[in-house]
Write a protein that binds this ligand. Sequence first.
Ligand SMILES: [Zn+2]
Length: 264
Amino acid sequence: MIITITLMFGLIGVVMGSFCNAWAIRLLKGESIAKGRSKCPKCHHQLAWYDNVPLLSYIILWGKCRYCKKPISAQYPIVELASGLLFAGLYLHFLPTTTQGWVILVLWCLLSVFLIASFVTDWIELVLPDNYTVPAIIVSLLIALAVSFIPGQGIVWSILLQRIIQLGIFVGIYCALYYGSKGKLIGDGDIRLAAVLGLALALPQLLVAVFATYVIGAAIGSFCILTKLKTRKDVIAFGPFLIIGLYIGLFWGEQIARWYQHLF
Ligand SMILES: [Zn+2]
């Protein structure tokens, strides 16, 4: 049963990944997601539904457009596969047995849709649109409310208050970084992502997420400079690191924090 539901979540994730990718690319171009069928970005041939099946079409077409034979960006299958794994991982992480558990899982899936789309736009064009970050903050607030709810007791205000304090401290630090560096170190969209982390994660998860963000950022930044993909002067998007850090914090934060405490 668990395997079936995990596969189902994986499948939903792949489809959502495909949607987020299309949404993000159209948003960057100023087009509506509701506007017409997808076209090949190279030859502009309208794609049939069978050219557009997430993951499968890419594999069957061997990564090339059916009409012009030019390569399809690997971004599509990568985002689709990553989203599938993420959704399956979310189900396995929460393994809900209560209504509250299911509510929290569904909220995390919804939050992930906005975060995947943010990841794509920030990665490609260094923008974190309010269309994604603002709904993400609202969903995070709902997550904070859902985890603060204890059946029979209602909302436990001390748990909710802790999330609000996390939010305040975290957003405060990011505002200082933003205004202190005049927007050179991080962007204002990163402040909104910081609000998401502050609300959605519990304290040990949040600390691990912050740490992971900087380790991954430093590692990928150095890698890009060493391999001359980027120079020291290039701006590297920070949002994707925050998003990866958030999921590391969610999935492994408690274990990493416990392991760290045992060291001392
Ligand atoms: Zn084409």
